[in-house]
Design a protein around this ligand. Sequence first.
Ligand SMILES: *[C@@H]1O[C@H](CO)[C@@H](O)[C@H](O)[C@H]1NC(C)=O
Ligand SMILES: *[C@@H]1O[C@H](CO)[C@@H](O)[C@H](O)[C@H]1NC(C)=O
Ligand SMILES: *[C@@H]1O[C@H](CO)[C@@H](O)[C@H](O)[C@H]1NC(C)=O
Ligand SMILES: [Zn+2]
Length: 422
Amino acid sequence: MITKLILLYTLLYINVSCSMKLEYNKYNHYKYYDIKGDKSELDHLKNFMLHKDDSLLYIGNIKSAQIIVPPELNSAFLEIAKNDKVNATLLFDDISEVIRSEKPSILRSKKKGFSWDAYYDVDDIYNYLSNVSRTYPQWTEVIVGGQTYEGRQIRGIRINTPAAEGVEKPVFFIESGIHAREWIAPATTTYFINQLLTNSNPNVTRLRDQFDWRIFPTVNPDGYHYSYVVDRYWRKTRSISSNGCIGADPNRNWDYNWGQHSSSNDPCDYQLYAGSCPFSEIETKTLSSYISGIDNLLFYVGFHSHAALLLLPYSDSTEHVHNYEDLVQIGKVSLEYGYQVNKVMYSGPGTAAETLYKASGGSMDWVRYALNTPLVYTYELRGSSFHWPPEKIPEQGEEVTQMILGLAIEAENLGYFYSDFS
Ligand SMILES: *[C@@H]1O[C@H](CO)[C@@H](O)[C@H](O)[C@H]1NC(C)=O
Ligand SMILES: *[C@@H]1O[C@H](CO)[C@@H](O)[C@H](O)[C@H]1NC(C)=O
Ligand SMILES: *[C@@H]1O[C@H](CO)[C@@H](O)[C@H](O)[C@H]1NC(C)=O
Ligand SMILES: [Zn+2]
């Protein structure tokens, strides 16, 4: 009895402390810098700053690095940057203002409904999908690709216009927003859905009719919601580890070479905790099972930000898959199509291991390895930070639409599928 009471008390206490953590992280007067320098200098600067504040956020890969500096450490940061010969470019002087500007004002959103000049929370995205399925009931439906720790569904939309008799269309799967803070990914994905449904350009309607589309704007909705209402830089899921720390990186949690490169085994790691075991996260476990059940899966495409880069499997090694040359050729055409829109060229295509860094446990590698899916890509969208200006969402939305069109055109040229509209 007493132990039960203690247990109950502990549970209550945990609940209280969890809801306390929901306090909004305002980032008042925090500064967002892009930093450039030699690797050793950047490492030195990073360690120096982390020693002053171990919760400091440092985001780095081979191409670029950024750091988010609280106001009380700003002068120390500028000094060490100068001493280390690191070039620091101030991207945002006060992050809290940027975060406010990303969301629709309450007045405006009531009037206009869902649109592409602001970022929306999960419920609004899901309402948009429902509205789409009500507007086009003959050939769209809301689909459920999995479940989340907090009890949400991973919802997407299936778009499947009628095919000729006896024709089974190839499936084109889009996975977006697996990293919560990369908000431009869900936004361009809903933009693309809207293009498929409303653009009457024959190239786009043809693209729509060629595939059985399964499109998931946010496959980490718990994390996305948390980044929307509490902490803008949240990346992981929201599961609670046995030591009380929260979340795992859902793109390090898939069951392929799990836990080897660019992942952490520390549940408290803010960015890269790979989970307690492969598929420990209900999101990756249920989503992988949904994907496994798809017959005729031809394309699996993931959207992330921000590096302006097209990645091929594997992320985990420099080994080339057997149709690597085709993947490169199709990817190049995709990037050329995208380039036409804004005259900005992405890097790649190439394996993540060769162009960015090795990373294990990602969805792309698992889908390629476990399901042998022929055409698997990861796009790192553009931007110099996680804050892409909301008024410029259509700019990347158009680019993504053209990039996907390029993928389909070159894959058909190479004989990966045939369109049969007879
Ligand atoms: C830093 O900026 C200076 C002046 O613009 C430039 O000459 C130098 O190459 C830059 N260094 C790095 C590492 O980007
Ligand atoms: C639902 O879709 C219709 C047709 O596209 C649109 O006119 C309407 O504004 C949408 N409603 C909401 C709440 O987004
Ligand atoms: C359709 O795509 C072709 C080939 O890329 C292009 O030449 C043509 O202008 C496009 N048509 C329209 C209406 O955009
Ligand atoms: Zn990402």
